[in-house]
Ligand binder design. Structure first.
Ligand SMILES: Cc1cc2nc3c(=O)[nH]c(=O)nc-3n(C[C@H](O)[C@H](O)[C@H](O)COP(=O)(O)O)c2cc1C
Ligand code: SF4
Length: 434
């Protein structure tokens, strides 16, 4: 079996080798042996205990402890569902796609073990609509596993059943939110549900359900093969394991990197990604996908990539989408692009989000194009304040956090755009630089 997740290829770029998606390759690495051993020799409680001991926290964004999530599912024989969240819609995040295309069997094995742990006999991989090739690769891998009877009925003669299906999303960011994903799988419009009740108790078709991210589930075979304690030794005491970081923006070597938690940001920026591109200085950093508060270059001083260090600076690791912005990037334009995205993706159920996100998009556009005065900056702050915490799901907060942090931390830059002046930066600065 390979190392944690893809392989513990510390600090090296991933190599794109299509053979790794084949069943033969995976079996050659010891693949599916762990699932077989687990189903034959362990109890569901043993598995949950091992995952708890590993300290792994969900890799989808919220960072909820995985073993604890599984333990919330009520015991009993009724239907239960395991849903793999492969929607990967968070701007700046593109690591699940790599797991789906290169290591689908690792995910399937993780899902067999996870289903066994809390009693799910049905699993779904919910794949974002745009991932056409990825969905085909996962479907093929599922068919290969069925052909061996490693999916289906009576796996390895243990009496355990586990069926797995692919469900294609239709291209909405909101369907990555777990309750919206559940609605979508039920064939309904992807509207997030009010919580509680939480999916562990009332999920898909009203039955106990666990939603886990692709990366979280892909880590499970290694944890069960080597033991939770071994996994907990990687990373730091409070942030166990490795994570896949999707690094984009103004760096010399963007890409997906598997890195032990606890690694300093400067190591990732300079040693792994070859530094800021064009010999420029760092201006700002997004640590965990577009929804988290931005950090200024000064705030990245001493930053460690674990769960605690970003939190101490008022942000988070989120989905592991790292976006590097160099000097010369217009922060108003960067925010304008993001606000347009959230306005487009709001599902429209809650008034503060349905009306607030277009307000934020319009206000940032007015500021960027010089059609605003101080009033519009103040309005941006007050509208976003009224949205925060007042909606069914966190999408509104995901728009508010960048809006408030950009407009506060780069206030002088916002002011420089006002009263007919417009953008002082050259056109198309955001996104260029490689
Ligand atoms: C608007 C929104 C979009 C989300 N998109 C994703 C996504 O694309 N993939 C994902 O794994 N989690 C996403 N999440 C988080 C999920 O709701 C959920 O927390 C996660 O899938 C749980 O898996 P984990 O415990 O393994 O992290 C999103 C959350 C919100 C609020
Ligand atoms: S916060 Fe926005 S996306 Fe979430 S449920 Fe409300 S309207 Fe829909």
């Amino acid at each position: 079996m390979a190392g944690p997740l893809v392989l513990l290829r510390d600090l090296k770029p991933q190599v794109d080798d299509p053979r790794t998606r084949d069943l033969d390759w995976y079996v050659g690495q010891g693949g599916y042996k762990t699932a077989e051993t687990v189903l034959k020799t362990k109890t569901p409680d043993d598995v949950i205990a091992e995952v708890k001991a590993s300290g792994i926290r969900g890799r989808g964004g919220a960072g909820f402890p995985t073993g604890m999530k599984w333990s919330f599912v009520p015991k009993g024989d009724g239907p239960k569902y395991l849903l793999c969240n492969a929607d990967e819609g968070e701007p700046g995040t593109f690591k699940d796609r790599l797991l789906l295309t290169q290591h689908p069997h690792q995910l399937i094995e993780g899902m067999i073990i996870a289903g066994f742990a809390f009693g799910a006999r049905q699993g779904y991989v919910y794949i974002r609509g745009e991932f056409v090739i990825e969905a085909e690769i996962v479907r093929r891998a599922i068919a290969e596993a069925y052909a061996k009877n490693w999916l289906g009925k009576n796996l390895w003669g243990t009496g355990v059943d586990f069926d797995l299906h692919v469900y294609r999303g239709a291209g909405a960011y909101i369907c990555g939110e777990e309750t919206s994903l559940i609605e979508s799988i039920e064939g309904k419009r992807g509207y997030p549900r009010l919580k509680p009740p939480f999916p562990a108790v009332y999920g898909a078709w009203g039955k106990p359900t666990v939603v886990n991210n692709v990366e979280t589930l892909s880590a499970v075979p290694w944890i069960l093969a080597k033991g939770g304690a071994q996994y907990a030794k990687i990373g730091t005491a409070k942030s166990a394991g490795t994570r896949l970081f999707s690094v984009s923006g103004h760096v010399n070597r963007p890409g997906v990197y598997e890195i032990p938690l606890g690694t300093p940001f400067t190591t990732i920026l300079n040693d792994v990604c070859g530094g800021v591109s064009g010999g420029r200085k760092l201006k700002a950093l997004i640590t965990g996908g577009s929804s988290v508060p931005i950090l200024t270059a000064a705030e990245t001083e001493g930053l460690i990539f674990d769960f605690e260090s970003p939190a101490s600076k008022g942000t988070m690791l989120g989905s592991g989408g790292v976006i590097v912005m160099a000097e010369g990037t217009c922060m108003v334009r960067a925010l304008m692009v993001l606000m347009r995205f959230y306005a487009h993706e709001s599902c429209g159920q809650c008034t503060p989000c349905r009306d607030g996100t277009p307000w934020l998009a319009n206000l940032t556009k007015m500021i960027e194009t010089g059609q605003a005065s101080m009033n519009e900056i103040e309005l941006l702050m007050s509208v976003s304040k009224k949205m925060a915490g007042n909606t069914i799901c966190p999408l509104a907060d995901a728009a508010v956090m960048p809006a408030q942090s950009y407009a506060t931390k780069f206030r002088d830059e916002f002011i420089a755009h006002l009263d007919g002046k417009g953008c002082p930066f050259p056109a198309w600065t955001f996104g260029e630089g490689h």
